[in-house]
Design a protein around this ligand. Structure first.
Ligand code: SAH
Ligand code: SF4
Ligand code: F3S
Length: 453
């Protein structure tokens, strides 16, 4: 007898935290007997895991949601869920806006999905947005990749950057114990995963909320200690971490990265602005000089390290001269990659109500000028790869060319080369780079010649 399974669909917006949460929620749904449906219109349960970092991210959710709400009128058995940061921010008011919703759940509740859905199936409409202690998940995430995996190490953020909604929607910092993190990684290694990215909105805060201090008064568990702790997990060949905060980035951490062979030479350290007055208005807690010193120190220990970051243009009150300081920083540092955004006023954040907001024209003009410079600098940074041999971890087939596979260098450059995915998936391959573009590379496998002696 074949049983008919209910089908689910998840669309994920926003950052890696959300992607990791979606993988765990998918795992829970599969445990409950649901099957994945690529097409939301064929699914019995549709879950939007949402982002509210900028207004356009939020608006996208409403347009997707509108379509499913309509479908529910013809298919009343459809279960509609909004999870993530818009859910947390809007809470009950989302129900007023979209009464067809069955469940509105904040990010801290991701691991409780089964429990919440059972209440929905009992006939309730549920809003779960109260702050809670995040429970360790016991379900297995349904991971998108079989080669690389995300592992949360700290949830939430205790910073108060004046433009940012994250602390409002993700709550206070909660670190997982080193034991729980290691156990998850051991399991990943056993299943054949090769690369782990440790995740936190402010990963440098890892361990501050865990008990214990050293005799010198330092927290017992820091990100640096964690890297040493998990470095020997069998099977895991590469380690990355994100996102770093310049305020807390230490030389001790840089030294550990240089010392530990599995930690990749790639650092994602958002600077947001290259102007000290703007940084102060943003409450970032560092100067552009300090930021430059961090990059210098990284390059002193690891001359080839790749550096990426996030930046905001058009923060309230930003003058042309202040914006030019951002251009100058980008020009001087030479980022391998930079995520750029025009400032978007977010409800519940201090800067949103300031009177010195800039016009959309000024913001989009600055964004274009910055993006132009970023592409030029990224191309320059790619130059150094030409003719070099790089270690690439093969993740997948090139979707545009089945004769090629793709993966990433240790510096996180996407790299394509001819090869058979069935043979190469999950392998570390030496690839000679023959072609470069601003944000990706092409190469060929280096065949080792036997040496006769
Ligand atoms: N925790 C990270 C960033 C998290 S949000 C950090 O501290 O850097 C991801 C990025 O979104 C930020 O780095 C910032 O560049 C951008 N961002 C956040 N709020 C924004 C806003 N209101 N308008 C435009 N961009 C924003
Ligand atoms: Fe937002 Fe600042 Fe926290 Fe990053 S550190 S998540 S920008 S408040
Ligand atoms: Fe967006 Fe929430 Fe991440 S607002 S950027 S999904 S923490």
């Amino acid at each position: 007898m074949t049983t008919f399974n209910r089908r689910y669909h998840i669309t994920t917006f926003g950052c890696q935290m959300n992607k990791a949460d979606s993988e765990r929620m998918a795992g829970i749904l599969e445990d409950m007997g649901f099957e994945w449906s690529e097409d939301p219109n064929q699914a019995d349960l549709v879950l939007y895991n949402t982002c509210t970092i900028r207004d356009n991210a939020e608006q996208k959710v409403y347009s997707y949601l509108g379509r499913q709400a309509k479908r529910k009128h013809e298919h009343p058995e459809l279960t509609l869920v909004v999870a993530g940061c818009v859910a947390q921010q809007e809470g009950e008011s989302l129900l007023r806006r979209v009464p067809e919703l069955d469940l509105v759940m904040g990010p801290q509740h991701a691991n409780r999905l089964q429990d919440l859905l059972e209440q929905v199936f009992a006939g309730n409409q549920i809003v779960a947005t109260e702050p809670i202690h995040i429970v360790e998940d016991i379900t297995k995430p349904r991971r998108d990749s079989t080669v690389t995996a995300w592992v949360n190490v700290i949830y939430g953020c205790n910073e108060r950057c004046t433009y940012c909604v994250v602390p409002n929607v993700r709550g206070v910092e909660q670190s997982r114990t080193p034991e729980a993190i290691r156990a998850e990684m051991v399991e990943l290694g056993r299943q054949g995963f090769k690369e782990v990215t440790l995740l936190g909105q402010n990963i440098d805060a890892y361990g501050r909320d865990l008990p214990g201090t050293t005799p010198e008064g330092r927290h017992l568990h820091t990100l640096t200690d964690l890297l040493y702790d998990v470095h020997d997990v069998p099977g895991i060949e590469r380690l990355r971490f994100a996102t770093s905060h310049p305020r807390y980035f230490t030389e001790r951490l840089i030294r550990a990265c240089a010392e530990l062979p599995k930690v990749c030479e790639h650092f994602h350290i958002p600077f947001q602005s290259g102007d000290n007055e703007v940084l102060k208005q943003m409450s970032r807690g560092y100067t552009q000089e300090k930021y430059r010193r961090i990059i210098d120190t990284i390059r002193r220990y690891m001359p080839d390290a790749s550096i990426s970051a996030d930046a905001i243009v058009g923060f309230p009150g930003e003058t042309e001269a202040q914006f030019e300081n951002t251009l100058k920083l980008v020009d001087d540092i030479g980022f391998d990659h930079l995520n750029t955004a025009a400032y978007s006023p977010r409800p519940g954040t201090p800067a949103a109500v300031w009177e010195n907001q800039l016009s959309e024209e000024v913001k989009s003009d600055r964004l274009q000028r910055l993006n132009h410079l970023v592409a030029i600098k990224a191309s320059e940074r790619s130059q150094r790869y030409l003719g070099r041999t790089e270690e690439v971890l093969v993740e997948d087939q090139n979707p545009k060319d089945p004769a090629q596979v793709m993966g990433r260098t240790r510096g996180n450059r996407l790299t394509f080369f001819p090869g058979n995915i069935a043979e190469l998936k999950g392998k570390l391959v030496q690839v000679k780079i023959t072609e470069i573009r601003a944000f990706s590379l092409t190469g060929e496998v280096v065949v080792r010649q036997p040496v006769t002696i």
